[in-house]
Design a protein around this ligand. Structure first.
Ligand code: PMP
Length: 411
């Protein structure tokens, strides 16, 4: 039944249907970016064919419509993550930009020398490098929640995490390498008691597993449309009202100002204050349409398809001689992301052989060099699933591994 559902979902994705027969594309690089359904492509095309006009700037009917559609899109995405007010959802370029905005626009103004900022040992560079810089600039100390043997967060040994010196915690909801779902709620609850703001990098979780900002009680949440069947070039930042109110805009210019004098300017109210320049109307429409698409399938269906694929893949992979799989093996605690290595074979060689059979997987450090160091590797192979993947694509991956082993490790 689940197989049937994913076959049906697959029909919605024109790029996947470009390939057929022996030439079939096995797209298992969904953690990097997802494919787009026809519904999202149509919504973006419809924007340019029917709605396109400047947002928040014109007085004619079409400009009114573009503004209303843009704000409706904001509401849709905001509601999807349970934001109490639409104004708490800022459209950005990407999750990367969202995180940088918090680092430079908010945290920088709340840090002093000797303060501590905590991250984890599994962060994507996007949720690490911005904190490195802000710590360097202010003299604060960057601290790491380390990992246990199986790639879970070792919260028990992060003894100073909620100490008086801690001013901020930034952590991923789901690791883009290990696939592990982190206990973010546990951290936000303890942090709230200690008055410490928490940012969650939800780039790999929104659209994949339920994310509700009120339930999570996080202060900031960052994510990207392109990892959830939406367009590239647009992301989002959610923030608690008091945090966004005290956030300094990083980008200055049109649309984000109230009064502009020759030498001084004042800022517009939220969300405009944090969205300088002409808004990405088609991006916002595509983003909202991706949310519609996810809702039409149902997050639960998406989750169950991906989790069944993951379980099957984990089982099959763990029976291979000389394989090392990273992250916890129980599929309850992970999303559809599996990183592994094979004894004696470089991950790039595996990805290359995979590429020759049209199996799209990733090899490399996945923008997680500090995690690679902790794993004692320079790179891993990564396969990641979406609800349009089918079981035979796991078999295609297994065949790639067999071929690689027969070339590099002949018996
Ligand atoms: N965080 C995580 C966990 C990610 O997987 C990614 C994308 N690989 C990012 C942040 C950055 O997202 P973007 O490139 O869309 O800004």
């Amino acid at each position: 039944n689940i197989q049937k559902q994913s076959q049906l979902i697959r029909k919605d994705f024109p790029l996947l249907n470009l390939y057929s027969g022996d030439n079939q594309l096995h797209y298992l690089d969904n953690a990097a970016t997802s494919q787009k359904p026809q519904q999202v492509i149509d919504a973006i095309s419809d924007c340019y064919q029917r709605v396109n006009a400047p947002v928040h700037r014109g007085l004619y009917a079409l400009a009114d419509e573009s503004t209303t559609t843009y704000e409706k899109s904001r509401k849709k995405v905001a509601q999807f993550i349970g934001a109490p007010q639409s104004e708490q959802l800022i459209f950005t370029l990407s999750a990367t930009e969202s995180i940088n905005m918090v680092a430079q626009g908010w945290l920088k103004h709340h840090l002093n020398a000797g303060d501590k900022v905590w991250v984890t040992g599994m962060e994507h560079h996007a949720n690490l490098v911005p904190w490195q810089r802000v710590c360097k600039e202010t003299g604060a100390e960057l601290c790491f929640i380390e990992l246990t043997e199986d790639g879970s967060l070792d919260l028990d040994n992060a003894t100073e995490l909620y100490s008086e010196k801690t001013r901020f915690i930034a952590m991923s909801h789901v690791s883009n390498v290990l696939g592990v779902i982190n206990p973010v709620k546990e951290v936000t609850q303890r942090a709230a008691q200690a008055g410490i703001p928490v940012l969650i990098d939800a780039t790999q979780s929104v659209g994949h597993i339920p994310v509700d900002v009120v339930e999570l009680d996080c202060d900031f949440l960052a994510f990207s449309a392109h990892k959830m069947y939406g367009p590239t070039g647009i992301g989002a930042l959610y923030g608690k009202a008091d945090k966004l109110a005290t956030m300094e805009p990083m980008l200055l210019g049109g649309g984000m100002v109230d009064e502009v004098g020759d030498y001084e300017s004042s800022w517009a109210s939220l969300p405009s204050k944090l969205e300088a320049g002409s808004p990405n109307l088609a991006g916002a429409i595509g983003f909202a349409s991706a949310v519609d698409y996810i809702e039409s399938i149902g997050l639960q269906t998406i989750e169950s398809i991906v989790s069944e694929l993951t379980e099957k893949a984990l089982f099959a992979l763990s029976n291979i001689n000389g394989i090392k799989i990273y992250g916890p093996l129980d599929s309850e605690r992970r999303e559809g992301i599996i990183s592994f290595n094979l004894d004696g074979i470089h991950p790039h060689d595996i990805a290359q052989i995979a590429g020759e059979s049209n199996v799209a997987i990733r090899s490399g450090h996945h923008c997680c060099q500090p995690l690679m160091r902790r794993l004692g590797e320079v790179a891993t192979v990564r396969a990641s699933f979406a609800p349009y993947n089918i079981e035979e694509e796991i078999n295609a991956l297994l065949e790639v591994i067999e071929t690689a082993q027969s070339i590099f490790m002949p018996r």
